[in-house]
Write a protein that binds this ligand. Structure first.
Ligand SMILES: [Fe+2]
Length: 215
């Protein structure tokens, strides 16, 4: 007797004294089977796009997805760990950007599925795929947090510009539109909001004029 049949028999024995109606209401747990689509393969959908084109777009989008998940999670880390006199505004700003990146994550992942691909989802797969350097577990100063976020945004902006052009050249206008209209524009705007916090202007007293500067 195979171990699988043995398990089924034990289950049957366990519920033997239940009547038929009750047996039907029992959830069937611990089910396992092979995957219906292996990672990296395309289940062609009728969207008038060649499988080769879909495959390349899916590969690129999974890279952007891994990097966007990483950036999104870095925002939450910094939302929790931020310290100092700008705590409140940055605590709120980091969470706003987290929410916007989270929407991008869903849009990118669903674009991958629409192309017949499989989007990566789980943390270990994201960690293996992302090109964004891993931050330490500990807490860092605000300028370091901001610098890390800006660096992560720039990794994404650089790859997205290249991938958007590739998608347009291949005729995948939907992917091009997602990358330009949503991913690129959201990241550029968030960079502006972060970068202005690193401009070293006086908080209370204007800087003294240099001697001989006139007026
Ligand atoms: Fe929160």
């Amino acid at each position: 007797m195979s171990p699988k049949n043995d398990k089924n028999d034990k289950r049957e024995a366990k519920y033997a004294d239940l009547d038929e109606g009750t047996k039907l209401a029992r959830p069937i747990e611990h089910q396992h089977a092979r995957e219906i689509q292996p990672y990296g393969k395309i289940a062609q959908l009728p969207i008038a796009l060649d499988e080769v084109v879909c495959s390349k777009s899916v590969e690129n989008l999974n890279q952007v997805l891994a990097d966007t998940i990483t950036l999104r999670d870095m925002y939450k880390k910094h939302h929790w760990q931020v310290a100092g006199h700008t705590f409140y505004q940055l605590h709120l700003l980091f969470d706003k950007h987290y929410g916007e990146q989270n929407e991008l994550v869903d849009d990118i992942a669903e674009r991958i599925q629409s192309l017949g691909g499989i989007s990566i989802a789980m943390a270990p797969d994201v960690a293996e795929t992302t090109i964004i350097p891993r931050p330490p577990r500990g807490r860092e100063e605000v300028p370091v947090q901001l610098s890390r976020l800006l660096e992560a945004h720039e990794f994404i902006l650089k790859e997205v510009r290249t991938m958007a052009r590739q998608a347009a050249d291949a005729g995948d206008d939907g992917t091009n539109d997602l990358l330009v209209s949503q991913v690129l524009r959201t990241n550029e705007l968030q960079v502006w909001f972060l970068a202005e916090h690193l401009v070293d202007v006086p908080v209370v007293r204007a800087q003294a004029k240099a001697a001989g500067s006139g007026r």
